[in-house]
Write a protein that binds this ligand. Structure first.
Ligand SMILES: Nc1ncnc2c1ncn2[C@@H]1O[C@H](COP(=O)(O)OP(=O)(O)OP(=O)(O)O)[C@@H](O)[C@H]1O
Length: 225
């Protein structure tokens, strides 16, 4: 469902000049496949997720998701594509503070196909064990609960690919287990492909496929030029 070919990403550096962060000749994920991505700090894992999500534009190369060539879309086109096709779970949750848990999940739907389905939003909150917290705002929830709301939101638009960037890094160990199981099981149940960035070998150990960024990226973290 995802095919990356000859992907290059360069950033303008604050002091002038360019920094090449990614040079990925080939990277693929099949329909419903679950992949853990590990690698050194600063190696470009988050950058790769942002490119796949269309939050960043590639410098050159190809990113195809379900036969759509992302690199040919405008920024607006990528935003629409992301809303319809991709779920994203951030390390820091990114919930909207002024909205309740339920409203945050519904926002995941309105970005997706424009239709807000109250029953599904409640069902998703129920699945993450928070049906009784539907009307709580993020700051009224524990950190682990906030991440569970973020998971419900990421699934709300019925994505085909879920990108998760260290989703357990900021939650306590007990919640981390719950969060991880929710992501893995939900993706399996709904046939959603999953790409999860993690620093934890324990988390990666839950995946049948573990990729090291160093093996797919020709630019080593410490030699980015
Ligand atoms: N907007 C930007 N402008 C310039 N350089 C950037 C930008 N975003 C990221 N970088 C650089 O790209 C490199 C990769 O960053 P990235 O966040 O993708 O790494 P990472 O593998 O996710 O790291 P970590 O595991 O520490 O989160 C870093 O050297 C970083 O400084």
């Amino acid at each position: 469902m995802l095919t990356i070919a000859n992907l290059i990403k360069k950033f303008q550096q604050p002091g002038g000049g360019e920094l090449t962060v990614l040079d990925v000749p080939r990277f693929e994920i099949a329909n419903g496949e679950q992949v853990a991505l590990i690698g050194e700090s600063g190696g470009g894992k988050t950058t790769l997720l942002h490119l796949i999500a269309g939050m960043l534009a590639a410098t050159s190369g190809s990113i195809r998701i379900d036969n759509i060539e992302l690199t040919r879309l405008s920024e607006q086109g990528r935003d629409r594509f992301r809303a319809a096709t991709i779920g994203y779970v951030f390390q820091t949750f990114n919930l909207l503070p002024a909205f309740s848990a339920l409203e945050n999940v519904k926002l995941g739907m309105s970005f997706g196909n424009g239709r807000v389905d109250h029953a599904r939003a409640m069902d998703l909150l129920d699945r993450v064990g928070l049906a009784d917290r539907a009307n709580y705002r993020p700051k009224q929830l524990s950190v682990g609960q906030q991440q569970r709301v973020a998971i419900a939101r990421s699934l709300a638009g019925r994505p085909k690919l879920l990108l998760a960037d260290e989703p357990t890094a900021n939650v306590d160990p007990a919640s981390a287990d719950l969060v991880l199981n929710l992501i893995i099981d939900s993706c399996r149940d709904e046939s959603i492909a999953l790409l999860m960035v993690t620093h934890s070998m324990e988390v990666a150990g839950r995946f049948e496929r573990i990729d090291r960024l160093e093996d797919i990226n020709h630019i080593p973290a410490l030699k980015q030029v």
